[in-house]
Design a protein around this ligand. Structure first.
Ligand SMILES: [Zn+2]
Length: 94
């Protein structure tokens, strides 16, 4: 179970209150999907759609699609393309 989990529908981290997925959440997800990294992208794409719907409903101004894409999917290539996913994620801030 993730310690840094999303608090829906506002999509902040339940542990550190940063926008989810925070740095530690990304590390947890990378470890969780280490043997099946392609499923990480699929699941994160589904969560991106869910978050976009929630945040659009809650905010008077729609969230920036490019920012949401980067937040949910932009970091994954570092996991799937790096020799050491944990090391490559180490520079992410929470
Ligand atoms: Zn967190």
């Amino acid at each position: 179970m993730q310690r840094h989990a999303p608090l829906k529908p506002i999509w902040i981290c339940t542990a550190c209150a940063h926008p989810w997925p925070c740095g530690p959440a990304r590390l947890e997800l990378a470890a969780q999907y280490a043997s099946e990294p392609h499923y990480l992208a699929l699941d994160m794409a589904g969560l991106l759609n869910e978050a976009a719907e929630d945040l659009t409903r809650l905010n008077p101004t729609s969230p920036d699609p490019a920012a949401l894409h980067g937040r949910f999917l932009g970091w994954i290539r570092h996991v799937t393309g790096a020799r050491s996913p944990i090391r490559s994620l180490g520079h992410f801030e929470c």
